[in-house]
Ligand binder design. Structure first.
Ligand code: ADE
Length: 441
């Protein structure tokens, strides 16, 4: 049984038929899911010249389509009595602007649409009053006729009819379905003109992909159609509201426009180092990482680091924005590595200890610069190897290390302060080789 019938009443049925019976709609019509008919209005004239229009009363430019052939044409496609699931729509720039919501309403509430295409300077108003249920426009501009508008409505409604597309998922995730624009799509190749497909889409973690896509939908709607997002604001889910807050936070992050620098810390830097350390400790707590949550490290530890010349500060525009502690003294805890082995034994080695950046610089690439700076200092001390450990739950640090080529070697236990704190750490190692763009020192 045909699910939906659409009749388009027009002066150009041949052209319209050709377009309608192509592609997806044509296939659906062949399968009997849709019935698409184009009817010639001129066939319903009663004058010998088959004239459909006449001069306007009151004068003025152009001709107006007569009510009689239009009504007879409509009547020819209506069932008697007219079903409540039939809708006669006149395509007109004066109608309500067509939307995805409207397409959905028409596909769900009706199974017979009659789309009337006007021409010339419009149609006799009495036809609209007598026969039309609703006027629809496809936008605030005037076309030479209603045909393109009728095609638009027929297409948008038809693809929502069950069975026309292979799966409802084809349209439920796309632009406008739930008032948002669709997320960006990518296909092969993985890299095109130097642009890679976002990593998350290649990772295979569906939950992460779904989250990324939803965030992109919100972000794109915010950028391209803020009016749509504004309309949705009261109706957004809690998860969407959190994603929006995340987008706003991402955007408020600082863009680095000046070079980053680093230098050995002095006693005068201690205040800044403690401030950054306190922020990082709070961040770890929020992430439920039991690292730096006890009384270690503390001011005395940082003072000793500075005195030994092992503490360095990172600066940006004169502002202290990060620190790291780098030592060429062996770390005793690393001798008791479990669940793996160090790879390099006899080579000179540095250990990267405490490091952190000011939270205001998160997402700016500052932590990458910190690792690069620590490696430069290690090379300057003659090290060929860098070792570092981090809490097993400190994923941001683990990701940073992996991004910089550090390999996980096994587990160590470190001093974590007095009290019952997690002492387990993952240990990483990297052969420093040459500095990028520089020489091995
Ligand atoms: N006929 C002429 N202009 C139109 C429009 N913008 N929408 C629908 N039908 C039309």
């Amino acid at each position: 049984m045909t699910a939906v019938r659409i009749d388009i009443l027009t002066l150009f049925p041949a052209h319209m038929n050709e377009m309608l019976h192509e592609s997806i709609l044509g296939r659906a019509a062949k399968k009997g899911i849709l019935e698409l008919n184009c009817v010639q209005i001129r066939d319903f004239t009663t004058n010998r010249q088959k004239q459909v229009d006449d001069y306007p009363y009151g004068g003025g430019w152009g001709c107006v389509m007569m009510a009689q052939p239009l009504k007879d044409c409509v009547d020819s496609v209506l069932e008697t009595p007219k079903s409540p699931r039939t809708r006669v729509i006149y395509m007109s720039p004066q109608g309500a602007v067509f939307s995805q919501d409207k397409a959905r309403e028409l596909s769900e509430c009706y199974d017979h649409l009659v789309l009337v295409c006007g021409h010339y300077e419009g149609v006799d108003e009495r036809f609209i009053e007598e026969c039309v249920d609703e006027e629809l426009s496809i936008g605030d501009y005037v076309l030479t006729g209603g045909e393109l508008a009728a095609m638009t409505v027929a297409d948008a409604v038809s693809r929502l009819v069950p069975g026309v597309l292979s799966d409802p998922a084809c349209y439920t995730g796309e632009s406008h379905w739930d008032g948002l624009l669709e997320y960006p799509q990518y296909t092969r190749p993985e890299v095109w003109e130097g642009r890679a497909v976002p990593e998350v889409l290649r990772g295979g973690n569906q939950a992460e992909i779904d989250r990324w896509r939803r965030k992109k939908m919100l972000e794109r709607t915010m950028d391209k159609r803020p009016d749509l997002l504004e309309r949705q604001k009261g109706a957004l889910s809690e998860a969407d509201a959190l994603l929006l807050a995340e987008i706003e936070k991402d955007r408020s992050r600082m863009a680095l426009t000046e070079p980053l620098a680093h230098r050995p810390a002095t006693a005068a830097d201690l205040g800044d180092i403690l401030r950054i350390f306190t922020g990082a400790r709070a961040f770890l707590k929020r992430q439920r990482v039991d690292q730096w949550q006890g009384d270690y490290p503390n001011e005395a530890v940082f003072s000793a680091d500075i005195q030994r010349g092992e503490c360095h500060v990172m600066t940006y525009g004169g502002r202290t924005a990060g620190f790291f502690v780098l030592s060429d003294r062996p770390e005793p805890a690393y001798d008791a590595l479990t669940d793996g082995k160090w790879r390099y034994h006899a080579l000179p080695c540095c250990v990267l200890h405490r490091c952190a950046i000011d939270g205001a610089f998160g997402g700016t690439g500052f932590s990458d610069a910190l690792i690069a700076a620590a490696e430069d200092c290690a090379r300057a001390l003659g090290a060929a190897i860098m070792r570092v450990d981090t809490h097993r739950k400190n994923k941001p640090m683990q990701r940073l290390l992996q991004r910089h080529g550090y390999a996980y070697r096994g587990n160590v236990a470190v001093y974590a302060g007095s009290g019952d704190h997690d002492t387990r750490r993952k240990a990483f190692e990297k052969a420093l080789g040459e500095a990028p763009g520089g020489q091995r020192t």
